[in-house]
Write a protein that binds this ligand. Sequence first.
Ligand SMILES: [Cu+2]
Length: 473
Amino acid sequence: MLGPDGVLHAIAAPSAPFDRVRRRNPLQFAPELTPREARLRVAPGARDLGRGVEAPLLLVNDALPSPTLRVRRGEEFSARMENGIDDPLILHWHGLTAPDDMDGHPRFAVDPGERYDYRFRVNDRPGTYWYHSHTHHRTGRHTYFGIGGLLIVEDPEAERDLPPKERELPIILQDRRLGDDGSLVYDPVGPSMMNGFMGPEALANGTLDTFAEVEPAVYRARILNGSNARIFRLARSDDRSMTLIANDGGLLERPVSLPWVDVAPAERVELLLDFREGNEGDRVMLRSLSFDPPGGMMGGGMMGGQMAIAYQQGRPLDLLEFRVSGQTTDPGFLPESLPSMPGLPDPAASVRERHFAFTSRMMMHRINGREFEMERIDEEVPFGDTEIWTFENDGNYPHPVHLHATHFRVLDRRGGRGQIFPWEAGRKDTVLVYPGEAVRVAVRFTAERGLFLLHCHNLEHEDHGMMQNILVV
Ligand SMILES: [Cu+2]
């Protein structure tokens, strides 16, 4: 946690050695696609997740992970989604501020065999975003079985001091349960309906037990926590710090060196990983450290023994091994500054406050006592007004709270951890609220008018109705 000097200090679970003998699979990278008259066909498929057998999945363009979409800031985004699965389907461009009929609200979900055309200009800051299904009651299942990929917004001028594309590592981290036959298990009932669905295995870009070869150089890891419910506490096994340069809203005001970084479902972080002092054959594990989630009983609390440990929130996991090999004459560097960030919402300009109570209790997930209804408008927010919103968790399960159509500025956190963290600086579209916490954010919609969503990004909570309609007028 933060020390009196404002610095993150060493960690409860330091460098336990990892299993160097275990057979590991090469990290797979998604195919890249420019969203210019692009075709995204979603259909059933199968892949080997690392156990040597084909697991049934839902794939975009038959790829795992789904294709990475790369677009330059200011360019037009155009894509056709074709629904080849047996459910209604709509895709949401998470973190982008698209017009309301382009944003993937579940009221636009199309039936099997139908399609949806997207066309809008990308005005968002350079950064790491993602796309996923937003079908009501089905988002958890669709995401778990493979629908979802990274969406990268580039701005070559602003990013000139950062590692080149050849030294980018786009990484989607997810936890999963696998059956004895090597296929995915998804059965979100009982405790998993309250906790959200967690598993004991970690996938990196869709594969178990992965490794990636790196040169002795600086890499830009673009990391998405694409889990349904699991929170990761990222750290290196060699205890070296990592340089945080971006989060949900793109590049931060300045780089920050950190020993660990928390990422909740739907949050993104960009980390510069420095392997310059690495020697041929060195191995470094990117892992999720053990932590005690604030708020008490979570995860396996209602299960017994080993099951409880395996499915618990805060359980340590090895995520991705880096193997240093080769040589380079151009190892790169850690930048001392990043491009400036104009226009953060100013809380002093707030004209209104709103309060959102997130409650998970007795097999129900609610915001302000209500379950989501497709046609009900829950809040009307004037375009351009600055407001202060409080997200309060008065139940027993953590909620990563996500807002569409804008980015907010995190102001403070009362209760629980009682502070905001370096990875919560700048602009955010998702913020983690643990039991007993109230997080205040400054919000201002300046991109689009229309009907958008506020919801928990624990996908089982969302699917059970922890979501509201926000009308920007
Ligand atoms: Cu939640």
